[in-house]
Design a protein around this ligand. Structure first.
Ligand code: BDR
Ligand code: CA
Length: 315
């Protein structure tokens, strides 16, 4: 069993896919989900999360967090995923025809819920982040003793080699570079899952059809969300498939045995129109900067896809 966990996310197609997996992972104990502005506004991210909780009959607290990055205006991925954040894929209550969930969000802001859950847990918790790091940076500012209640952070974000939003920056780091830098330098042990590894963790159209053939509603939604994005994102994998960014981070948190990682210095550039949001990783420079985190570098894709099929077949 992994440590008790909070998932912070901005759903978003692959965030929903990650939550669908997390719900059925046997060795995971997810205590709460928090939302942040990123792929879409925080209101839309929260609405999507609540609708998914209904669909999965998942009864854990959901708290909304930051509506803006720490210091910059919000830049969403609305051009890619649409205003609903989900490429028009309807969870009950997210589409034009759906009735929104009647579930209430937790009254606390995300950063207070994370802190309260961490303090109340019987052991240090894991935090898995699938969006910009605004909520976690805010939690660290508001609750400076948070690190003592956290075992590790697993972060989807950043890029060793090249960005997907600017030449230098991956989307989550690009949206809130100041938050990323604060979290990386906070002293909390963290494992960064950058684009270089999430592009190895892709799913093919044929595999998505196999998911579809499982015939459960969560599996259908998982496949449909990723299939609709295929044309726009296949070039990241040389046309092989759709990168599973956020599912890969959740899977790493569940079982790191089929991944490799290196301990090294990781920072985030906050300046410059092209360089802001660029993650800086000292893998082998002469500077040998003091390591502060872990860079997840490879995944065994055969294992990864087999695990996904196994988990989705449980629905
Ligand atoms: C990240 O950006 C978002 O669009 C995805 O959900 C993922 O978290 C990939 O760059
Ligand atoms: Ca995300």
């Amino acid at each position: 069993m992994t440590a008790p966990m909070v998932i912070d996310c901005d759903p978003g197609p692959d965030d929903i896919a990650a939550l669908i997996l997390a719900r059925q992972m046997r060795n995971m104990n997810v205590l709460a989900v928090t939302t942040v502005a990123g792929n879409c506004t925080v209101d839309v991210a929260t609405r999507n999360t609540l609708a998914l909780m209904d669909l999965l009959d998942w009864n854990i607290p959901v708290a909304a967090g930051a509506s803006q990055p720490l210091t910059r205006p919000l830049r969403t991925a609305g051009d890619l995923f649409g205003d609903d954040g989900l490429l028009g894929v309807e969870l009950s209550g997210t589409g034009a025809s759906g009735t929104p969930s009647t579930r209430a969000t937790d009254p606390r802001p995300a950063w207070d819920l994370v802190y309260d859950v961490a303090r109340a847990a019987h052991q240090p918790i894991d935090i898995v982040t699938l969006g910009p790091l605004t909520n976690i940076a805010t939690a660290l500012a508001v609750h400076p003793d948070l690190p003592q209640y956290v075992e590790r952070l697993v972060i989807m974000g950043g890029a060793f080699l090249a960005g997907n939003t600017t030449p230098a920056a991956e989307f989550n780091a690009f949206v809130d570079p100041e938050a990323a830098e604060r979290v990386f330098s906070s002293g909390i042990p963290f494992w960064l899952c950058p684009l270089d590894v999430t592009h190895q963790g892709y799913i093919t159209l044929r595999e998505l059809q196999e998911v579809m053939d499982l015939e459960s509603e969560p599996a259908r939604i998982f496949a449909e969300l990723l299939r609709r994005g295929y044309e726009d994102v296949k070039h990241y994998t040389g046309g092989l498939g759709v990168p599973l960014h956020d599912p890969l981070a959740v899977m790493y948190a569940a079982d790191p045995s089929a991944f490799s990682s290196s301990e090294c210095f990781i920072g985030c550039e906050t300046q410059g129109s092209i360089t802001a949001g660029m993650t800086i990783t000292d893998r082998y420079s002469d500077a040998q900067l003091q390591p502060n985190g872990h860079l997840v570098e490879t995944v065994d894709r055969t294992w990864f896809i087999a695990m996904i099929m196994d988990i989705l077949a449980r629905y």
